[in-house]
Design a protein around this ligand. Structure first.
Ligand SMILES: [Zn+2]
Length: 331
C-alpha cells in the first residue's frame, strides 16, 4: 500500500500499523460483501427503503452541493461525517460496504482525499472528480510546493464548475431527470454567485493594513485570492497538522511584522499551534473557520452557503477589530 507509506517520518509507526490493519480489515470486508452479493444475486443499487439512485460523496461540503443539484431525485450521502477530517481520513469497512452499493461516487480530486485511490480500487462503481475544469492554484510552501491546492470549493465561482460536473454526471445516471438537474443546477449557481458577491463586498471594506488572513491550514488560498487578502498559514495541508517549531515561528514573525490584529484556525483541527501564535504576538484569536467540513444541522454552518457567509463575516469582524469573540490582548 504505497499511498499510505509516503506519510512523513514524524507520523508514528503505530499509526501506520493501525492504518494497515484498517485496510486489511476493509479489504476483507469487501471480499465478504462481494461473496454475499453473489450468493443472493443481490442488486447493488439503491438503498433498502428507496429506489432512487444513490450518490456517495467523500465529504459533507460536496454532499450539500450535490443535494442542491439532485433535489428529491437522488439519494445523496457523505462518507465522512460533519466535523471529520478529510485529508487523512481512514475509511472503515462500513464505508467500503456503502460505496459498493452506491450508483455514483463523487470526489473533490486535486489530491484532497489522499485515501481515495485505494478506497475505490476494486469497486465496480463509477466515480466523477467534481473539480474537473477548475483552474487549480499551487501550494507555495513546505513539502507540498508546486502541488495543486485542493480547497478549490473555497471559491463559490469554482463551485459553479462543480455544479456543472454534477449536472452532467447525474444526467448520465438518471437521464429522465436531466432537465430537473439542469434547472436545479442553474438555480443553485445563481445562489453561489450571490454568496460570492456578498463575500467579496464584506471583505472589501477592510483597510489595506488589515488584509491578512492567518490560519492553521493553507486552505483559504482561493478565498483570499477572490477577496484580495494576503494568505499566511502554519501548515500547508492538514495531512501534517502537527506544526513544526519553524512553521509556528514563521507565522509569529509575520503577525508581529505586519501587526496582524487577529488570527484563525479551522473546525477540523486543534487550534493549539495558533494559540501559541496568539500568546507570542498579542494578536486576538479571531475564531473558528469552516473549510473541510460543514457543521451538524444545528451548528453554525449546516450548508455550504452558510460556510462561506460565516467565514466572510468572522474574518471581516475580527480583522476590523469589531469581534467580541476574545478579549483583546493587544494594547
Ligand atoms: Zn483542508
Amino acid at each position: 500500500m504505497p499511498n499510505f507509506l509516503f506519510r512523513r517520518a514524524k507520523v508514528a509507526v503505530r499509526t501506520l500499523a493501525l492504518r494497515a490493519a484498517t485496510f486489511r480489515a476493509a479489504a476483507a470486508a469487501v471480499v465478504l460483501l462481494s461473496l454475499s452479493l453473489t450468493a443472493c444475486g443481490g442488486n447493488a443499487s439503491g438503498t433498502s427503503d428507496s429506489d432512487k439512485p444513490v450518490v456517495l460523496t467523500t465529504f459533507t461540503v460536496l454532499a450539500d452541493v450535490a443535494r442542491n443539484v439532485a433535489g428529491d431525485k437522488l439519494t445523496v450521502e457523505s462518507i465522512t461525517k460533519a466535523g471529520a477530517e478529510i485529508h487523512g481520513y481512514e475509511p472503515t469497512p462500513g464505508d467500503i460496504r456503502k460505496a459498493s452499493k452506491a450508483d455514483l461516487i463523487l470526489d473533490n480530486g486535486l489530491n484532497l482525499e489522499a485515501w481515495f485511490g485505494q478506497f475505490v480500487e476494486g469497486l465496480d462503481v463509477p466515480h466523477v472528480v467534481v473539480s474537473d475544469g477548475v483552474e487549480a492554484m499551487s501550494i507555495s510552501e513546505d513539502s507540498y510546493q508546486g502541488k495543486p491546492n485542493p480547497h478549490a470549493w473555497m471559491s463559490p465561482v469554482n463551485v459553479q464548475i462543480y455544479v456543472d460536473n454534477m449536472v452532467k454526471a447525474f444526467s448520465g445516471l438518471d437521464p429522465e431527470n436531466a432537465a430537473v438537474f439542469k434547472a436545479n443546477g442553474d438555480a443553485y449557481k445563481a445562489k453561489l454567485q450571490g454568496v460570492q458577491d456578498e463575500m467579496k463586498a464584506s471583505l472589501a471594506g477592510l483597510p489595506e493594513s488589515q488584509r491578512a488572513l492567518v490560519t492553521c491550514e493553507g486552505a483559504f488560498s482561493y478565498l483570499a485570492r477572490d477577496a484580495g487578502l494576503k494568505e499566511v498559514y502554519i501548515w500547508a495541508v492538514n495531512a501534517e497538522q502537527q506544526a513544526t517549531p519553524q512553521q509556528i515561528t514563521r507565522a509569529i514573525e509575520y503577525v508581529k511584522a505586519k501587526q496582524v490584529p487577529a488570527v484563525f484556525c479551522e473546525s477540523t483541527v486543534s487550534d493549539a499551534p495558533m494559540q501559541q501564535v496568539v500568546g507570542a504576538t498579542g494578536a486576538k484569536f479571531g475564531g473558528t473557520l469552516y473549510v473541510d467540513s460543514l457543521s451538524e444541522a444545528d451548528g453554525p454552518v449546516p450548508t455550504y452557503l452558510d460556510l462561506i457567509r460565516h467565514d466572510a463575516e468572522l474574518i471581516t469582524k475580527a480583522l476590523a477589530g469589531t469581534s467580541t469573540a476574545t478579549p483583546g490582548a493587544k494594547s
